[in-house]
Every structure is written in structure tokens, then in C-alpha cells.
Write a protein that binds this ligand. Structure first.
Ligand code: 6PG
Length: 471
């Protein structure tokens, strides 16, 4: 088939690891003629085996692979982010022609994507950064996809993406995100929100276990029940299952056998870094990143617990109050991520459509949740909404959660139960809803020791005071 010019493939996948293979199989299921390339013959055999019913063909020779594709050629890269992407591009470049499209679907840093877009544009090649969320299952049966790049080039592959993406009703969880690296930027923020929600759920676990004395079975029941209501989400659903999973070796709950040291690949950290760069605070995401890092200091934590003594962290709050605190904080985590997207859209001229982004996050991706429907409705009503807290519907939801939230968070703080993400989320809310902050004092201090000037409330301009002079 590959060497028959009259029957060439619509799309080629580079990298036939589980993600690449699954996405390719998903495309084949939907009736598209697709093929794959991998240096490793074992991966090709796997593809041919799993894609038997589609007669899927794989190549380990890049030249034959490229010449098996229709023009303009569309290539999806599913290779590890970083220098490998550059080396694959270097290998491909001499074999491609003007108008061909390369779509990088790994979790690449958006600044790398910017660079690649510019470099390839010189050769008339279109480079897309496309975040894909949903893990291996998602790739196989319906991910959420965030493609950014040249709009016209997008139209060449739109039908494939619409077909393979997850669906909410009949809406595909994919949309054209915007120019340049906007697709990878949006995926990075998706991951930042993912970190925040995972951290909040972990803190809920800590509260249920150490504050309320719940067993793993009890916690399973709480999460299971929550997941039937307004908190329904993929992350809560999988978390409930974790609490009843047994370790095959010890027959204990596997969760109890796992070290309390969290790892990461970096997308959460990138979100925090960019937020600092854009001067747009996302404290819940920052705490989630920091707390994964803090968890790695196990020895230090053990020795400091000895030094300061083990705390009695029992608290008197109800599960309903805790549920309010979680719902409130989850809303805030999404709100911070969306706020960052608003700012980035202005700064990088991405022209992001927040309602479309919320819409494609309702299914397929890791942060899919019932609440995304509310976010979607809020931005659909007002697509220039600066902050989710500005929406009247969201305000009503938040007002209903505040009493339980404050009671839960203050009880944890009083008893010494560490809840960094919850605490900083509440204080973020209290600050962003304060008309006059004490930041005037910071301006006075800066002007006092460094003559950095200040602005006044009663007239325009910049001013300096001779602070050393006694008035
Ligand atoms: C997704 C996930 C996916 C991956 C994360 C894990 O949307 O499908 O976000 O991209 O699981 O990158 O990130 P960490 O290893 O940093 O937790």
C-alpha cells in the first residue's frame, strides 16, 4: 500500500509508544488512513498486532514512511518532550516540502514551540504545538486536544481531530486554540490546574485521615458520594478507587505502601514560572508545586517532627463543611488558571476563547469535571470576563461555600494540620475581594529606603517624600 502512489496515507504518526499507538488506532477506528513510524521494530510489530483489523502498516525507515503520505503531509510527533523533538525535526526537514504540517503532541515547553514555529516557518513548514490530555485511555478512546498554530493548516486536519476527540454530547473536545505556541501554553495551564486539584484532594485525604480519623474504606465512601454530586470529576473518581485497591504482595491497601514523596515532570512548575513572569498570581498552583517539592524532604520532616513533637490534629468539622472547602478551593484553582490564560492571551496575542477552552475541557482531559460546565456558561455569557469570581452565578456558588470553608480551614490551622493549598486559596480569595489592600505601605517603604516613588489616591503623577525629615 505504501508504495502505491494512488493510495497514500492521510496522516503519519512518529513515535509508536503507547500514546502514539493508541492515538493512531483511534484514528484508524474512525476510518482514517494512517500510518506510523518508529525506529524500534518492536513498536511497529505492536502497532500491526493491535491494528490487525485495520491492516495498519508501520515503518522503521523514515524515507519510505514520508513518501507513503499524501501531500501536504501531516505528521504527528508523539516523542518525549525536549531535545528529542529537535532531533526528529532535523531528521524530517530535508524530506519535507513547503506546506507540510508537523504537530508536536508531547508536553513541550511553549517557548520551545515558539522557537520551532519560527524556525520551520522559514522553510514554509507549519509547526503545531498540540497538548493532548487524557493519558493512554484518552488517546485510544477520546482525548481532549489543544492544537495551536496556523489556522489554515489546522483546517487540513480538523476532520481527524474532531473525529478522534472525546465528545460531550455531540461536541468534540477539540478546538483551534490560537496561533503560535498557544496550544502548548493552554495545555501547560491545564496541567497547572491538574496539580492544584490533585494537591487539594491530597489535603482532603490528610484532613479525613488525620483530622477526622477516617479509615481508607470510609474515605472511599466519602469520595464516591462526593463524585455523585457537584464535585463530580475524573480526578475524584480515580481517587475513590485508589482507596480500595489492594497490594498484591502484602494484601494491604496499596496506598499505605506508597512513599509520601511526590514526583513531577515539570509542567506545574512551568505554570508557576510563567505566572511570575506575567505577574499574574496563581497561589493554589504554586502551593501544589511547592508541596510536591516539600514532600521530598522526608528525612528532614521526620527529624523535625521529633524536635517539635507530633501534633494532635483531631478537628471538629463535618464532612459537609469539608466538602464546601473543597468545592470552594477547586473553583478558585480553575479561576486562577483561567485568569492566567486571560493575561497570557493579552500578552502573547493568542486571542484565546475562554469559553471554547472550558468547553473542550469538559470531557476527555484529566481536569474534566461537572464544574467545567459552569465555567463554560460563565465565559459563554461574557467572553471578556476578567476573572471567574466576577460572574454572578459563580459568586452565588462561592457565597454558599464560605462558612464551611472558613470553619474547616481555621480548624486545621488551629490544630496544626498542614493544608498549604487550602490556606493559601482562602487567603487569595480574601485578598482579591478586598478593595483597599495594605500595599500602600510597601510603596511608602520602597520610597523611604530607595526613592522608588509612589502614586497618590488624590492626584495623578509619581511622587517622592523626604521620609527622613521629621514632619
Ligand atoms: C494529561 C496529563 C499528562 C501527564 C502529566 C503528568 O493531561 O494527560 O497532564 O500530560 O500525566 O504530564 O505530570 P507530572 O508527571 O508532572 O505529574
Amino acid at each position: 500500500m505504501a508504495n502505491n502512489d494512488s493510495k497514500k496515507y492521510k496522516l503519519g504518526m512518529i513515535g509508536l509508544g503507547t500514546m502514539g499507538r493508541n492515538l493512531l488506532l483511534n484514528m484508524a477506528d474512525k476510518g482514517f488512513s494512517v500510518t506510523g513510524y518508529d525506529k524500534d521494530r518492536k513498536m511497529i510489530s505492536k502497532l500491526e498486532e493491535e491494528g490487525k483489523k485495520h491492516n495498519l502498516e508501520g515503518f522503521d525507515d523514515i524515507k519510505s514512511f514520508i513518501s507513503s503520505l499524501q501531500t501536504p503531509r501531516t505528521l504527528i510527533l508523539l516523542v518525549p518532550a525536549g531535545p528529542i523533538v529537535d532531533s526528529v525535526i532535523a531528521e524530517l526537514k530535508p524530506l519535507l516540502s513547503k506546506g507540510d504540517i508537523i504537530i508536536d503532541s508531547g508536553n513541550s515547553h511553549f517557548t520551545d514551540t515558539n522557537r520551532r514555529v519560527d524556525e520551520l516557518e522559514k522553510d514554509g513548514l507549519h509547526f503545531f504545538g498540540m497538548g493532548i490530555s487524557g493519558g493512554e485511555e484518552g488517546a485510544r478512546f477520546g482525548p481532549s486536544m489543544m492544537p495551536g498554530g496556523d489556522k489554515q493548516a489546522y483546517n487540513v486536519v480538523k476532520d481527524v481531530f474532531d473525529a478522534v476527540a472525546a465528545k460531550v454530547g455531540t461536541d468534540p473536545c477539540v478546538t483551534y486554540i490560537g496561533p503560535g505556541a498557544s496550544g502548548h501554553f493552554v495545555k501547560m495551564v491545564h496541567n497547572g490546574i491538574e496539580y492544584a486539584i490533585m494537591e487539594l484532594i491530597a489535603e482532603v485525604y490528610g484532613i479525613l485521615k488525620n483530622g477526622l480519623g477516617y479509615s481508607n474504606d470510609d474515605i472511599y465512601k466519602v469520595f464516591k458520594k462526593w463524585n455523585e454530586g457537584r464535585l463530580q470529576s475524573f480526578l475524584l473518581e480515580i481517587t475513590a478507587e485508589i482507596f480500595v485497591f489492594k497490594d498484591a504482595e502484602t494484601q494491604n491497601d496499596l496506598l499505605d505502601q506508597i512513599k509520601d514523596e511526590a514526583r513531577s515532570k515539570g509542567t506545574g512548575k512551568w505554570t508557576s514560572e510563567v505566572s511570575m513572569e506575567l505577574q499574574l498570581p496563581v497561589p493554589t498552583i504554586n502551593e501544589a508545586v511547592s508541596n510536591r517539592d516539600l514532600s521530598k524532604f522526608k528525612k528532614l520532616r521526620v527529624s523535625l517532627e521529633e524536635a517539635f513533637g507530633k501534633k494532635d490534629t483531631k478537628i471538629a468539622v463535618t464532612v459537609e463543611e469539608l466538602e464546601d472547602a473543597f468545592y470552594f478551593s477547586m473553583i478558585s484553582a480553575y479561576a486562577q488558571g483561567m485568569h492566567l490564560l486571560v493575561q497570557a492571551s493579552k500578552e502573547y496575542q493568542y486571542d484565546l476563547q475562554l469559553q471554547e477552552i472550558a468547553k473542550i475541557w469538559r470531557g476527555g482531559c484529566i481536569i474534566r469535571a461537572k464544574f467545567l460546565e459552569d465555567i463554560y456558561q460563565a465565559y459563554d455569557k461574557n467572553n471578556v470576563l476578567e476573572h471567574l469570581f466576577g460572574d454572578a452565578g459563580i459568586q452565588n456558588i462561592i457565597k454558599g461555600t464560605l462558612a464551611g470553608t472558613r470553619k474547616t480551614i481555621s480548624a486545621c490551622i488551629n490544630s496544626g494540620l498542614g493544608i498549604p493549598a487550602f490556606a493559601s486559596t482562602l487567603t487569595y480569595f480574601d485578598t482579591i475581594t478586598t478593595a483597599r489592600m495594605p500595599s500602600n505601605l510597601i510603596q511608602a517603604q520602597r520610597d523611604f529606603f530607595g526613592a522608588h516613588t509612589f502614586e497618590r489616591i488624590d492626584k495623578d503623577g509619581v511622587f517622592h517624600a523626604d521620609w527622613n525629615k521629621l514632619s
